[in-house]
Design a binder for this molecule. Sequence first.
Ligand code: ADP
Ligand code: MG
Length: 376
Amino acid sequence: MSFFINFTPDLVVESPGRINLIGEHTDYNLGFVLPTAIDKKITLKLRKNNSSNCNVYSLDNEKSVTFSLDKIEPSKQSWENYILGVLHEIQLLTDKLSGFDCVLNSSLPIGSGLSSSAALECGLAFGLNELFNLGLSKTQIVNLSRAAEHNYVGTKCGIMDQYASVMSKSGYVIKLDCRSLASEYIPLNLGDYKLLLLNTNISHSLADSEYNTRLQECLTGVEAMKTLYPYMASLRDADQEMLTAVKDTISTTVFNRCNYIIEENDRVLKASEALTQGDLTSFGVLMYGSHDGLQHKYEVSCPELDFMVEYSRTKEFILGSRMMGGGFGGCTINLIHKDAIEKYITEVASAYKTKFNIELDAYIAMPDHGTMLKTL
Ligand code: ADP
Ligand code: MG
């Protein structure tokens, strides 16, 4: 297939990855998160091809694929399901979709917890909406992209990644209530500090199965609390007192998982307050608290992430550090003084290499706006 050679698009979409400052694993418990899109993105070039076929080529994995719009079904090739899932979900909403060609490439590390998956889904949905005047709202784009990940990829993710990718505004983080989808844009004034991502460059295969186990464990906790508090719908409605009241009826593991989620929701609210007041020191302390909970209570960290966070603790120019994303690999996010960044990267990369024999990647994440058309 060579459609992508001398490709002249009708339109170009830039769809960003995201960071989450704090609030990990709270989204599918219908709690709070604090994400923003970043300046690393997937670029999708799209054009109509006046057929009923869709041709997609990724410059990143150097793979191409063709589907007929008359027969959209899940594929054995994982990456194709992000695309097929989006097409399927759009077809449930409208019959205006027609054949297209798409070439995509990414400045976003793939599979590192920066949500290249949501960037891909949302970018494609956003682009097709424009290309074929589908009339979908941004909220519909967010929801259908998430549904694509649930139904075609099989990851039962919360709403955060897609929401942040589409709805972010430059210079703000979103305090997102994952139950009501009410959002508050909180100005992100970091002064002399920056958000540094350190990529462990590993992804343990545990991630998917453990994710689904955590989901179940949280539901078990909710079921137990419902016996005493029938109005409870999710861990979002729980507090420590309610959890303690059912302690004897649940396992220590389930107790710890719920305990972490309750604390983490609270941390997000405190962190939003700290950011609003420009109190970066308190914000950093909450980041460390988040990591401790993820490591010891929710147990989704790994030695590589823990090493990186531990390493930062003795550095006075780092205010906070924690693993970011689902866990078992990916990145840590660090609030670090701008003057110390270069030296610190060299130092921590060398220590990481010595300990694990793995190269470290480092990126400064600049908060940025959500999915947009690029002017040609
Ligand atoms: P993350 O969302 O943190 O990057 P995921 O495992 O959720 O990690 O999603 C990564 C997957 O998304 C890739 O393995 C691939 O299937 C798909 N994907 C994302 N970006 C691209 C791309 N530019 N080209 C092809 N596939 C991509
Ligand atoms: Mg993802």
